[in-house]
Write a protein that binds this ligand. Structure first.
Ligand code: ADP
Ligand code: ZN
Ligand code: ZN
Length: 692
């Protein structure tokens, strides 16, 4: 009997972006399964390269009679699980990336570092290094060892309250009935979502299966990591960005051997090679950290759902501020909704929110960044020795520097943005990292009258120290959190009561649990609203609600002050009312009317080149091809148009959008248009696809 295998080759080239069929030699019969790494001859010289069995077949594909044979099993590579190879297949089709790229993404092998997208580099310039956890390395973090005696079996769980129990029991009942599914755990901030999913994990472990817990940014969610470590001790493997590739790999091996039952990590941990996967938890599912912006672009939530489906596991998405897309799926019945409506800790109630109209402050002659009300409350809290968080979504000192004589702002020579003033006297580009000393004279007109405008976290820190000299102030933003462990060190010292005021960017609102915080000041609630994106209201609502959720988590009630120029905007009003229903009602209507996701599916194509003329030609040509492909389907084509930041790191960028109600049709349009575009512009223009 003959057997054949379809093999995915690990070569990154469009010309081999498909599987190849090989004959299985006698000595390998019965030894192969989907995912097995093999060596196969390829090309004219028959050079041996690595590939992965995608599928086995008993008969040869029609029309082909001659086959090369698989040479041998590949020793060096770790066998990929069938499930992960299947997942790579799905990513290849679903995101339109190359098979080999998908494979590299899912397989837990130490490989050369992938080339990063410019957007990723820019994001990192805006938010440099993620700080590391206290304990790196090859065992559970120190927190696990610090735990009470019996750390191995885990600390004693809290007694779940009625709501929490009901949520956990719904999951248990499904598990007992052998039903796997997708759940949405929707609970207000502080409602104890972590305890609920911890209970779900226990159920999975009782079945002898394994779990993955995804967190947006490990260093900023160290409290959750520590809590999980206390609960589950050394059954946990923590994957974080400070681990070397080898250390990560070691953690994956522990999980794969079954020594670790739970893998906790950022989005890439969705690919943890667990052999008995039972559950994937996605905590703070609304966080944009779940969108991978390197190639292949993927959405961790969708990948998790797909993987769970392939491997017969369940998924739980958790949030107090569900993303608009996820909520749409809840409404369509794709996720089973579990709801928590009350704060869990004894005596804790949701904070009360006060909105301050900054226009009125100005009219009253108050030009300070602190409204009178916020200032009064800060003084009160300092007196009572309670803690305060101030949230300002801009780092640096001044947002920009401009000339009082000619009015020009100083801009980045590589990007279409203004430079931000930093306290050390440098002007920096938050997109590309470019920095220069502040010039003495205006580069345009030579005037010496240059001034900084707007307030960033550095200036806020200075003003705060001046206004409240007795207060101990710490700042958390990507400038102070850039060193190893710096971020979690700042958060820890605040948790330990070593500071009265924690101020910073969105890093300060990331789901921390500080029971002594009774006041949160949102300095400028509308910063995000000025970003031109259909999701800016969603971002604003999430940030404000999450920020408000940091207040009043302990036994003392909390107050939130929202300072804004747009008190009437529905994102601000809904966040102030802590009313998700109100927000989603308005937002859904807006998306529906404007034709934005989830009302339609949207393919965004970003083209980039250093050559502006070539880019314009490429964009016009691609839009033409896409238009041809789109027409029979009635899909809407928009563009090409300049990207919001047209020039980024010397690359010019144009956008093309295609909208249709069917995802598959969008994919089909892209697949139809792409080859002709690639033939005309094989290298010169970079292309990034993003499907929503
Ligand atoms: P969320 O993730 O929903 O914002 P957390 O899981 O961080 O909430 O829980 C908020 C706080 O409530 C934590 O300090 C947690 O220890 C506490 N907590 C959770 N569940 C209970 C419970 N059943 N009894 C007492 N305290 C609880
Ligand atoms: Zn000037
Ligand atoms: Zn720049």
């Amino acid at each position: 009997m003959r057997q054949y295998a379809d093999v995915i080759l690990s070569i990154e080239s469009r010309s081999v972006d498909r599987t190849f069929t090989y004959e299985v030699p006698e000595e390998l019969l019965g030894k192969l399964s989907p995912g097995t790494p093999v060596k196969v001859p390829f090309g004219n010289g028959g050079r041996l390269i690595t590939g992965y069995v995608a599928a086995l077949r008993e008969s040869a594909p029609e029309g082909i009679t001659e086959f090369r044979s698989i040479d041998s099993l590949s020793e060096k590579e770790v066998a990929a699980e069938a499930g992960l190879v299947a997942l790579a297949f799905w990513m290849h089709r679903h995101y339109g990336c190359m098979l080999s790229q998908a494979l590299k993404t899912v397989l837990p092998v130490k490989r050369k570092v992938r080339r990063r997208s410019r957007k990723a580099a820019a994001a990192e310039a805006a938010a440099p290094a993620e700080a590391a956890l206290p304990a790196a390395g090859n065992a559970a973090p120190a927190a696990g060892q610090e735990a009470a005696p019996g750390a191995h079996s885990g600390a004693r769980p809290v007694t779940l309250n009625e709501e929490q129990r009901r949520a956990a029991e719904a999951f248990h009942a499904d598990q007992e009935a052998g039903k796997q599914g997708a759940y949405f755990l929707f609970g207000i901030t502080g409602s104890g979502k972590t305890e609920v999913y911890a209970e779900m994990i226990r159920e999975i472990l009782r079945q002898g299966r394994q779990a993955i817990v995804l967190l947006p940014e490990i260093s900023l969610t160290f409290q959750t990591v520590e809590r999980l470590c206390r609960l589950f001790g050394d059954q946990i493997a923590v994957i974080h960005s400070r681990l070397s590739a080898g250390e990560k790999y070691e953690q994956y091996l522990r999980a794969r051997r079954g020594e670790a039952k739970i893998v906790v990590g950022p989005r890439s941990a969705v690919f943890a090679p667990l052999l008995r996967l039972g559950l994937i938890v996605i905590d703070e599912e609304h966080d944009s950290a779940y969108e991978n912006d390197t190639v292949p672009r993927y959405d961790t939530r969708d990948v998790a759902l797909r993987r769970a489906e392939i491997e017969g596991a369940s998924v739980v998405l958790c949030s107090a501020t569900p993303s608009v897309v996820s909520w749409d799926r809840v409404k369509k019945g794709q996720y089973r909704l579990l709801t928590l409506t009350r704060r869990a800790a004894a005596g804790a109630v949701p904070a009360s929110v006060e909105v301050v109209d900054l226009r009125k402050e100005l009219r009253a002659g108050n030009r300070s960044v602190f409204s009178r009300r916020l200032r009064e409350l800060i003084e009160d809290r300092l007196q009572r020795r309670e803690q305060i968080i101030l949230f300002m979504n801009r780092r640096g000192y001044s947002n920009f520097v401009s000339c009082r004589s000619c009015g020009n702002a100083i801009r980045c020579p590589h990007c279409d943005v203004t430079l931000t003033l930093h306290r050390d006297g440098t002007l920096r580009c938050h997109y590309c990292g470019y920095r220069i000393p502040v010039p003495k004279l205006c580069p345009d007109c030579g005037s010496p009258f240059l001034a900084g405008f707007g307030t960033g976290t550095q200036k806020l820190e200075m003003i705060t120290r001046k206004m409240f000299p007795e207060a101990r102030v710490v700042r958390l933003d990507s400038d102070t959190a850039s060193g190893k462990e710096a971020g979690s060190r700042i958060l820890r010292s605040f948790a330990d009561g070593e500071a009265d005021i924690l101020l910073g960017t969105q890093m300060v609102v990331k789901g921390h649990d500080f029971p002594r915080v009774t006041l949160v000041g949102i300095m400028a609630a509308d910063t995000e609203l000025y970003v031109s994106s259909y999701s800016s209201a969603e971002r604003t609502f999430q940030l404000l609600t999450q920020a408000a959720g940091r207040a009043g988590r302990g036994s003392r009630p909390g107050t939130v002050v929202v300072q804004t120029y747009r008190p009437d905007h529905y994102a601000v009003r809904a966040a102030a009312a802590q009313d998700y229903g109100m927000f989603i009602g308005e937002e859904s209507a807006y998306r529906e009317a404007g034709g934005y996701p989830p009302a339609v599916h949207l393919l965004s194509i970003e083209l980039s080149s250093k050559d502006e003329k070539l880019l314009a030609r490429a964009a016009d040509f691609y839009a033409h091809l896409l238009g041809q492909a789109a027409r029979p389907h009635g899909a809407l084509l928009i563009g090409p148009a300049d990207a919001a930041v047209y020039r980024l790191q010397d690359y010019f960028r144009k956008m093309i959008y295609v909208k249709h109600s069917s995802y598959d049709i969008l994919l089909c349009i892209k697949n139809q248009a792409e080859p002709a575009f690639r033939a005309a512009f094989p290298r010169e223009a970079g292309v990034l696809y993003d499907f929503r």
